[in-house]
Structure formats: C-alpha cells, structure tokens
Design a protein around this ligand. Structure first.
Ligand SMILES: [Zn+2]
Length: 111
C-alpha cells in the first residue's frame, strides 16, 4: 500500500472531499484507511462501567485507500507519489522509498 500510518492525506470523494487529515490506521488486506476527523459514523455502545447507560459515540470509519491522495509534507500538494530505489547503507542493500513527483522529496517513514 502506498498510504502509510501518519501520512497526511487529502480526501478525493464523498462528503469529506477536499479535506485533509492524518492517517490513523491502515488495513492492507481490505485496502482501507482510517483518517483523523474523516468519515465519522455514529455507533451505539453497550452499557459499560464508564457509561452505565450505554450511549452513542462518533468515531472514524475506514474509507477506501483509493479515495485518498498523499499530501507531500514539503511542498504541501496532494501530488502523485512514486517509488524509487535508494541504497540503504546501514543494511547494505537498496530499498524502495516513496517520493513526491512534484518536488522530488522523499517520504520516509518517521516512525
Ligand atoms: Zn512535494
């Protein structure tokens, strides 16, 4: 998957189209992502110790990863992302990294 956790993404379709948010979770098996503040749904919860009455919580629901575009942290545009191979000197082999096709900035995992 191109989209990783903690990426900044822009939403391409639906009610939240054009909004931006941070990726909280990715589901590679289903090609879906959860984006902070995007696609809120209401869920009824069962009574618990904290909330003896039960209640309604709103939380983000997963959306398709094909409906988001990665926002480049450097140039700030929701641009096209490509892959390039770079040599990883500590591991002695090359690895695939994502890069912004607009400004050429590499999007390296921070975590
Ligand atoms: Zn860029």
């Amino acid at each position: 998957m191109k989209v990783h956790k903690d990426d900044q993404v822009e939403i391409l379709s639906g009610n939240d189209s054009g909004k931006r948010g941070r990726v909280l979770k990715v589901y590679p098996e289903s090609n879906r992502v959860i984006v902070e503040g995007i696609n809120f749904i209401k869920r009824h919860t069962k009574p618990s110790q904290k909330q003896p009455q039960g209640g309604i919580v709103t939380k983000e629901a997963p959306i398709s990863a094909s409906n988001v575009k990665i926002v480049c942290p450097k140039c700030g545009s929701a641009s096209r992302i490509g892959y390039k191979k770079i040599a990883n000197e500590t591991r002695g082999k090359s690895e695939r990294v994502r890069y912004c096709k607009k400004c050429d900035e590499m999007l390296v995992k921070t975590s």
